[in-house]
Ligand binder design. Structure first.
Ligand code: SAM
Length: 276
């Protein structure tokens, strides 16, 4: 993507457009699962061709469900630790802070420098919210985040799947060494999921690939984390299920029946790092 203001986004960076578009489309629905007027405003003002995403409605809707499932964990964390720190790894043009801010949390939005340059057109740093232009693999950001009060929740939504397996391990090791006891919300996807993502036209056109395949999130426990919770689209948390519009329940049932292997191979997980 070449933005009119001169921002260039690479393959993996461009994938941020899928959840952004999903949230904007969802917001315009009569009974939305999530309301995100900022996403609508950003989609309308970005010089990006969203037309091709119309053919990827299921991906955009899936991204919305994923986002609200991650929101459940962020809400729970903030309810228990209102003054803690949340770090959005690979934030893209995510609006989670705008949607969930409790007035006390310290928040960092971390992404590659080109994405943060783009993000700066729509978001601004405040005394509790800061953007960090860095790769998650570059330990230089750690010190800055450590200035925020604990406990810490890291959210890596639709990020790790696109990293090389040894880079995913590096991320786990970096977080575990520097933030003992922290929580990490991140997905895992098995081979069935990877094959489906890598066959998808929208993602292929962007040039992105799902490179990290993990059949069982419990495998990550060898890196010093405990798997606290693991969900698929078929079993969202009870507090979310209670308010899910009918079309999402139907979508989950249909996808569960038709794409059983793929849906079961994609998991949203909450990990806790050992306390040191
Ligand atoms: C599919 S997008 C998800 C964006 C956001 N999490 C959301 O759900 O809206 C993937 C994001 O991961 C970011 N990303 C990829 N590799 C990264 C890295 N090494 N360090 C930090 N961010 C990275 C991309 O730039 C992109 O913004």
């Amino acid at each position: 993507m070449n933005d009119e203001a001169g921002v260039r986004l690479g393959a993996v960076e461009q994938t941020l457009m899928i959840p952004l578009y999903g949230r904007a489309v969802e917001t315009r629905k009569r009974r939305p699962l999530l309301s995100d007027p900022r996403a609508v405003q950003i989609v309308e003002s970005l010089g990006y061709d969203f037309a091709r995403m119309k053919a990827f409605a299921s991906g955009a809707t899936g991204a919305v469900l994923r986002t609200v499932m991650f929101d459940v964990w962020v809400r729970r964390f903030l309810a228990e630790h209102p003054g803690g720190t949340v770090v959005e790894i690979g934030t893209g043009l995510n609006t989670r802070f705008d949607r969930l801010d409790n007035g006390r949390v310290t928040w960092f939005d971390l992404d590659l420098p080109d994405v943060i340059t783009l993000r700066c057109r729509f978001f601004h740093d405040t005394d509790r919210r800061r953007m960090l232009p860095a790769s998650v693999l570059d330990p230089a950001w750690v010190r800055t985040v450590q200035t925020g009060p604990g406990p810490y929740l890291f959210v890596a939504e639709a990020v790790l799947l696109y990293l090389e397996p040894y880079h995913v391990e590096e991320v786990f090791r970096l977080l575990g060494a520097n933030f003992p006891g922290a929580l990490l919300a991140a997905e895992t996807g098995g081979r069935a999921m990877a094959d489906s993502v890598n066959r998808n036209d929208v993602i292929r056109t962007m040039g992105a690939r799902m490179t990290w395949v993990c059949e069982d999130p419990a495998e990550m426990e060898r890196l010093g984390v405990r798997l606290l919770e693991s969900r698929t689209f078929l079993d969202p948390a009870p507090e979310l299920r209670a308010r899910m519009p009918l079309r999402f329940r139907v979508m989950s049932l249909v996808m569960g029946a038709v794409f059983r292997r793929r849906v079961r191979s994609y998991r949203l997980n909450l990990f806790r790092f050992a306390r040191g």
